[in-house]
Design a protein around this ligand. Sequence first.
Ligand SMILES: [Zn+2]
Length: 275
Amino acid sequence: MRYVLALIFFFAGQADPVSRSWNEPVTPFRIVENVYYVGASDITSYLIATPKGHILIDGGFAETAPMIRRNIEQLGFRVSDVRILLSSHAHYDHAGGLAELKSATGARFYASAGDAPQLARGGLDDPQFGNRFPFPPIAADRLLHDGSRITLGGTTLIARITPGHTKGCTTWSMTTKHGLNVVFLGSPSVPSEYRLAGNPRYPNAIDDYRRQFAILRSLKCDVFLASHGNFYELAEKMKHRGEKKNPFIDPAGYRAFIERAAERMEKVVAEQQKR
Ligand SMILES: [Zn+2]
């Protein structure tokens, strides 16, 4: 019964205006070197193209998956050349399209040990959201840990486990051929319904968030990307792409964003600990 209710919610999900506004189609484009944008207006997805096949980070909502497939093809790549699928975190707006993309590409799916169980449950039993945001479940072919490296066709991605938003939330980093450090930030956000203090379903949530910020501060970032476009002003930066100075090279924007997010998180903690 729980699953039936969850499915009903799932199919009604995209009817809400916020989800729809995050999921408007976007013309795919090259961000830098072999990194391409193949996501929607706010819900992101990235293709890292290599001569040995491609890596895809995040699948958006279930409704985003067909868009991502079209975007990959529109760039001139083959969907069947995607070899590895990765996830930023086990929420319906980033992991919802992964199951469809896995069967469309035949890729292997690698997930953090912290998020893999929630991905396999299709988002049910989330320590913060409960059963509110289910998505098509996906099982991991390999489990990743902090510092795990994935190499394909000369490109290496490093998984940094940046927990708090989810238990296995992952920030990906890579260095391009020309030496640019690219950060695909998972999520440092604290949704308004989150209970950080005294949550029996996630007793160490506060410590995890603080660990996340320590890791984020330690990363070198030239090209700032993330699971949501609004984290790094995607819409504004898209207007300036192709200009002499690549707008996605934004180390100051990265630093400012994580400090603002850390401040907001500490504010939530202080308020919740007062109660
Ligand atoms: Zn999320």
